[in-house]
Design a protein around this ligand. Structure first.
Ligand code: SF4
Length: 151
């Protein structure tokens, strides 16, 4: 049987690509890597942003820094590149980093930089969902782990 391919937020496999220069390695994601089922992408780095970089939040239809700098174009460009890579690799499922303005799925910070969360998706997660890729965050992995018999 052909293996299911997952597109995964690169920070979850241990790449130190987060805005603060850190990684967010998740042990269950690492298991998928070891099974050869992962394409790792960092949409923000693909969009040309540096490591480290200013923290951003989604505010309406824009992505902004705390100082009000508008980085929406870089976020969109990186998300599109990451999506194209995922489609080329035949990924049908995604595991993305929770609450990120790129990768977050279901809830994101509200744009006030106060730690408040609101319903919504990051720029990349939104594209994944639009293109029919089944998308969850690392927070949901244990809940859904049994749902993939060939994982
Ligand atoms: Fe991780 Fe996604 Fe942020 Fe890159 S853009 S550091 S993959 S959450």
């Amino acid at each position: 049987m052909e293996k299911t391919m997952y597109v995964v937020s690169a920070c979850l496999i241990g790449e130190a690509c987060r805005y603060n220069g850190e990684a967010s390695l998740h042990p269950l994601v690492k298991e998928l890597v070891d099974k050869g089922q992962v394409l790792a992408v960092c949409p923000e780095v693909l969009g040309g942003l540096s490591i480290p970089r200013p923290a951003c939040e989604i505010s309406g239809d824009r992505v902004i820094t705390h100082d009000g700098l508008d980085l929406t174009d870089a976020y969109k460009e990186g998300a599109k590149k990451a999506l194209d890579m995922a489609l080329d690799a035949g990924c049908s499922r995604a595991v993305v980093k929770s609450r990120s303005p790129s990768c977050g799925k279901g809830v994101v910070y509200d744009g006030s930089f106060s730690g408040r969360l609101i319903p919504g998706n990051g720029v990349f997660a939104e594209m994944l969902v639009e293109f029919g890729i089944e998308t969850i965050t690392e927070d949901d992995l244990e809940v859904i782990w049994g749902w993939d018999e060939d994982a």
